[in-house]
Ligand binder design. Structure first.
Ligand SMILES: Nc1ncnc2c1ncn2[C@@H]1O[C@H](COP(=O)(O)OP(=O)(O)OP(=O)(O)O)[C@@H](O)[C@H]1O
Length: 586
């Protein structure tokens, strides 16, 4: 706000009643003023001495040494230093005097305002207003086209503005919400909390009527006083940005394929997360084996990271700049596998593309061919594969030219190939050819120390991918993750996080966000059951029962071991087993 101090002419010297006409002339000339303030001994303004009075005295031959005391005009109006421009406008409108003196709180004159000053201030004000109008239209345009919603409140917490996008979203009537307390319209936004803290806040995700929001609460200060608050509500962006990001990623992938033409490996050993000593041993073996050309078989349950390992071996080999080609033997229909492997020549069979097509062996020339689910190959194809491995040459389907390639083979399987060999389902000679170096990846339940490391990695990866901001989990979630057996291994762990992060609220994953099947499996689903009048067990009893079940399971039914785990005596365990008679000893 502009006030008189901003445009008055400051004054530091005054007249006192005992000073002379000569002194008055000197000061008038020095400050180019027509009216001089006259103060008493305490510098309080008591009147003014004007140029017209001076002229009158000079015309009546008054001596220059005459004191001005008797010529002072005392009926003057003063202007206090905190008078606003608007108040001054009113005073000037009714004033007959051309000059006004601005006084401080003690009544001491600190400045003078004449008509020229006033005009200058009004011009300044007009200029300011024009600027403000320009800003207003600019801001209005920004707000009207804003992607997010905006709501503003005054110092009482009453609504002063709601952006059109929010009005539309909440189907509000703009006239009915003006000057209404914000908490009665948008209680969830808790906008007035910043009045207490004075600090801008960014809230977590919240959901209201099925819409996800983030609210930014920003206090508005004037000097050091909070005069209101602004709520910036981000809602549309969340889903849309995610979708756009995905289609951008898809496009990028397509470009990648188009430019690179052949597949290359995507992972290195650094990206396989594990602190397990057995896994670390496998990394070392994998890196050594990568250097040669020997065939490698990677074994392990589904989802343990076999494919990841195959990529890493290729990346660590001297073929890393060559292609990495994958064939999932279980996913390709039997009758197409042969042409997938070896390609086909022009006119090889009806429907074949005119020009023929290279098979995966040719595509992998100079690189690695990864045969996933190798146990699913038919005996007929096994024979053909064996021949290629022995001779390093083959024919395309329908072709007559021998093709020789330089390919390193890595296979993977979750099946017990030895049993398949015994049962006549897998060729023994092929098995030995493929199983020259064998890498057996342990299941996740045998390297539980990896669970937390992987979980942290999945949270940060999925936060980036999905635009969420999950920061952690309840301690009981960690207990559940460690308790569960993970038959689907790392893939299942990743899926569980992908799901939990969708349901998590306030940035934390809770027990509720884990899938029911998992909670049931480890006996934790009881904690989530609705309060049931027929259930007479307290939460503590449920926890006790679960702890006993877990201890018995961990100790394979050995009661002494279970007591140790539980920290209770044998007799207490027996009492509890009587109490919870549905506990089955494994
Ligand atoms: N140690 C690990 N560190 C990080 N991610 C891992 C790890 N192990 C597995 N993954 C991830 O788990 C998922 C499954 O891994 P992958 O496909 O390599 O398993 P697989 O054993 O080949 O499974 P399947 O036998 O079903 O083909 C992938 O998303 C992979 O990136």
């Amino acid at each position: 706000m502009i006030n008189v101090k901003d445009f008055m002419t400051p004054i530091q010297e005054y007249l006192q009643p005992n000073q002379t006409l000569h002194d008055a002339i000197f000061l008038m000339n020095k400050y180019r003023l027509n009216t001089l303030p006259v103060v008493d001994a305490s510098e309080k303004l008591i009147g003014v001495f004007t140029r017209s009075v001076l002229y009158q005295q000079l015309l009546s031959n008054e001596k220059m040494q005459t004191s001005i005391g008797k010529f002072i005009r005392k009926d003057i109006g003063t202007i206090s230093e905190d008078t606003s421009v608007e108040e001054l406008e009113e005073q000037i409108a009714v004033s007959e005097v051309g000059t006004g003196f601005v006084v401080d709180k003690t009544g001491k004159p600190i400045g003078v305002i004449d008509k020229a000053d006033a005009i200058k201030s009004f011009l300044q004000k007009t200029q300011l207003l024009t600027e403000q109008l320009k800003w207003k239209s600019l801001l209005q345009t920004v707000i009207d086209n804003s992607y997010d919603g905006l709501v503003m409140v005054n110092e009482k917490g009453n609504i002063t503005f709601v952006s059109p996008s929010l009005i539309e979203l909440f189907d509000l009537n703009p006239h009915e919400i003006e000057d209404v307390p914000i908490d009665s319209i948008f209680p969830h936004f808790e906008l007035t909390t910043v009045f207490k803290t004075g600090i801008a806040e960014i809230s977590d995700f919240m959901e209201i009527k099925g819409i996800n929001y983030i609210v930014h609460r920003i206090p508005v200060y004037q000097e050091d006083q909070i005069i209101g608050a602004i709520g910036k509500i981000v809602y549309r962006q969340l889903q849309e940005v995610r979708e756009r990001f995905r289609s951008y990623e898809k496009l990028e992938k397509q470009n990648d394929v188009a430019t690179k033409k052949a597949e290359t490996s995507r992972f290195t050993f650094d990206e396989i997360l594990s602190h397990n000593s057995q896994m670390e041993k496998l990394f070392r073996s994998g890196m050594k084996a990568a250097k040669g050309k020997t065939t490698i078989m990677i074994r392990g349950e589904s989802g343990t990271g076999k494919e990841l390992f195959a990529h890493a071996i290729h990346s660590a080999s001297n073929r890393k700049n060559g292609p990495f080609i994958t064939v999932n033997c279980a996913a390709i229909p039997e009758h197409l596998l042969e042409s997938e492997f070896f390609g086909y020549d022009e006119g090889a069979f009806t429907g074949a593309k005119q020009k023929g097509k290279a098979g995966k062996f040719e595509m992998a020339d100079g690189g690695t061919l990864f045969l996933d689910e190798v146990g699913d190959m038919s005996l007929q194809l096994q024979a053909k594969l064996l021949r290629v491995l022995q001779e390093r040459e083959f024919y395309r389907v329908g072709g007559t030219n021998r093709i020789s390639v330089d390919v390193r083979i890595i296979t993977a399987t979750h099946q017990k190939l030895e049993e398949m060999v015994e049962g006549g389902k897998f060729r023994e000679d092929l098995f030995y050819r493929l199983n020259v170096i064998s890498i057996e990846i342990p299941p996740l339940r045998k390297r539980k120390e990896d669970i937390l490391q992987l979980s942290h990695a999945f949270i940060s990866e999925l936060n980036k991918q999905n635009g969420t901001s999950i920061i952690g989990w309840d301690p009981v979630v960690e207990q559940a993750l460690m308790e569960y057996d993970w038959p689907g291994n790392v893939r299942e762990l990743r899926n569980v996080f992908e799901r939990a992060m969708v349901f998590a609220e306030n940035g934390m994953i809770t027990l509720e966000d884990l899938p029911d099947y998992l909670l049931k499996k480890i006996g934790m689903s009881i904690f989530l059951e609705e309060e049931n009048e027929n259930c007479d067990k307290t939460l503590l009893e449920k926890a006790e029962e679960m702890a006993i079940k877990v201890a018995l399971k961990k100790s394979d039914g050995n009661k002494s071991k279970a007591c140790k785990l539980l920290g209770i005596s044998r007799s207490v365990l027996y009492d509890k087993l009587k109490k919870y008679d549905d506990i089955k000893i494994p």
